[in-house]
Each structure stands twice: as C-alpha cells, then as structure tokens.
Design a protein around this ligand. Structure first.
Ligand code: MG
Length: 237
C-alpha cells in the first residue's frame, strides 16, 4: 500500500506541475500514464468501468470524473487531478485541485478549504473513533464556509481493489458508523462545491458537473488507520 501510494502521489505531483496555461488535458494524461508505468505500476483508472484514460481531470464546474481531451488549460482555471496506481496488487488513490496561473479569490478559498477539510477529517482517522467522526469533521468544516458538500459521490475503502467497502461520506453524524481499527485503508476525498451540493452527470456518462455551474474542488489521499497516527500513503514523494 505504501509503495502504490508513493507512485500515485508522485503521479499527482507530476500532474499538478503540468497544469499550466497552454498544456492540454491529454498532455497531462500521457505524461502521468508514462510515469506510472515507468514505476512498474498500472493506472488504476484506465479501463475501470470503461473509463478511457489514466487520470480524471475536472476543470472549474466539473466535480469529478472529467475525461481528458485536447482542451487546453487557461489562466484562471482550477483543475482537479485524480489519479490511482496499482502496484503489486495494491492500490493508491489521490486527488488535488490546483490553480492555473492567477485565479480568483473565491477559487483560492475553495481550494484551501477543501484541502483543509480533508485534514479535519484526518484528525478523526484514529483507532477507536468511528467512520461518522471522519465524515462529520469534513462536512462540518466545509459547511461552516457556506459551501456545498457533495453527497452523491463519496470516498471509499481501498486495498486490493480500487473501491472497497466501506463508503466514506463527506457528511454524517459523529459517533456513528464503522469502528476504526488498525489496518483499515480508506480513500478520504472531500468534494466541495462553492454553491449547491447538487450535481449532474454529463451526456458522456462520466463528467460530473455542479448543478449551478459554480466551482468545485476535490482533495484526496489514501489513509491507513494505525493507532492515533494514521499513515497517508499518497503523500510520499
Ligand atoms: Mg477515490
């Protein structure tokens, strides 16, 4: 899990560095694919449920599952990168949202709060707490800024499969749900909208948009519960 996470985390960092004006979504996808395979891993998303690429790239009002195309990034865009790698049978999954050049204050704030909401959830990712403690911490934090917490899509368990039980919502009641125990691996991934939490799926059957066309941000790491010090596998590198 650590090795898979390190590759996924490296792929995310590479992708983030490529989100510059003039670069295309497919440029990023090709380079990330090469990075993952160079590290003797396979891209977890490629062909997953028929997904055609190695990275999900979601721009501005796209929440998740954006399909790379020839579209080029432009100054002011915010770009969410979501990437997974499978190494020796285990997966790492992570995401980040990055600004292209100078972005609006609204966009900066959304990115910052989304990232911090993950770390608020992480504080609860300790043995003896419950899944609802993580969910509640994320949702409460994001909502305190008036943001919409996406409910239709959630985080997940992860290990030998990319998506495993339990679902990890970004909202919920503290003190409820699965008891967290050492070794439980979770992909914790707040998806936070500037406006309404409501979303819809594009006619391409993948791309998820905000219902009000306002911005959305995403941040994710693969986390393994280990006593009171969770391991973040995808931060390495
Ligand atoms: Mg995930």
């Amino acid at each position: 899990m650590r090795e898979a996470g390190k590759i996924a985390g490296g792929a995310r960092a590479l992708a983030a560095s490529l989100c510059r004006p003039g670069m295309s979504m497919l440029d990023v996808d090709r380079k990330v694919h090469a990075y993952i395979t160079h590290h003797k891993a396979t891209p977890s998303f490629l062909n997953y449920g028929g997904f055609p690429n190695s990275v999900c790239i979601s721009i501005n009002d796209v929440v998740i599952h954006g399909i790379p195309s020839e579209r080029r990034f432009k100054e002011g865009d915010i770009v969410s990168i979501d990437v997974g790698a499978c190494y020796k049978g285990f997966h790492g999954d992570c995401a980040d949202t990055v600004p292209v050049g100078e972005v609006s204050d609204e966009a900066k704030k959304l990115i910052e709060v989304t990232r911090q909401s993950f770390f608020e959830g992480l504080k609860m990712a300790v043995a003896g707490k419950r899944l609802g403690d993580i969910s509640n911490a994320i949702g409460t934090y994001a909502q305190s800024f008036g943001y919409g917490v996406v409910e239709k899509y959630v985080g997940h368990g992860i290990g030998r499969s990319l998506h495993e039980d339990p679902p990890v919502p970004n909202f919920g009641r503290a003190g409820r749900g699965l008891l967290l125990r050492d070794g439980l691996a979770l992909a914790i991934e707040p998806m936070i909208n500037a406006g309404t939490p409501d979303v819809y799926v594009d006619e391409d059957k993948w791309t998820v948009h905000t219902a009000d066309a306002r911005l959305s941000a995403h941040y994710e790491n693969t986390v393994v519960i280990m006593g009171d010090e969770p391991i973040i596998t995808t931060l390495a590198e």
